[in-house]
Design a protein around this ligand. Sequence first.
Ligand code: SF4
Length: 259
Amino acid sequence: MKTMHVVQISGGKDSQACAKLVRERNPDAHIVGIFCDTQYEHQWTYAHVERVAELYNLELVTLNAGSVESEVTKWGRFPGGGARHCTEYLKIKPAKDWLIAKAIKTGGKIINYIGVRADESPERTKRYGGYDASLIMPHEFMPSKYPKYMGDKLGIRYCTPIVEWSSGDVFTYLDGEHNPLYDNGFSRVGCFPCLAGGDKEKGRAFNFDSTGRKHYEIAKKLEAITVASGNKPLFNTKIGAKIECGLDNSGAGCAFCSI
Ligand code: SF4
């Protein structure tokens, strides 16, 4: 029975480097790229995900388990702090369910590659710093999210081949083939913007282009729901209020840059 290689791709640089590396190490293998669509991504990211699949010859599987909009509406709050309901229900759970269903159907061994890097944040250093690129049982990778039977009974393994890489290593390895959002002032690529992110990052995205504007309109409608539920508004700082002034008044450029 052949091993099935699965790479989780997001349109960001780390998952792309992971996909590139898995392809280099397995030149003839059938590799599946799983993309969990939050329906709140930039159009460049959607295009980039397709490009990543083409570049590394992946079978692209897009999982749609709802949207950021539906998750915030359902929970009455934006993601933030320890509450990442959108990550949980739009990314972690659908990918897990897909892997389990595939393992049951094929009865074969699955290696699921994830492009996490330990130096990405103190939280990730704490969580992933002890791993190397060898195979990990799913429940060892994320004990609260993955049941033991995924590894024990279904033979699924996780692998984090770039866990020791720096951000610079990743850009060098991609050799200019990264998502163009990085060249436009965005240090992270995920939702556009991540609603759990800081006010500056959110403001930059909302002011960036028509996608940012559209996503701002969605976020403002969601804010009415979060505030009515007694939870936080879209922006939390004075900087946020200034960003909002820019959004309301200008329609062009990032208000934050003029602060
Ligand atoms: S990137 Fe942010 S908004 Fe998007 S799913 Fe993750 S936590 Fe939620």
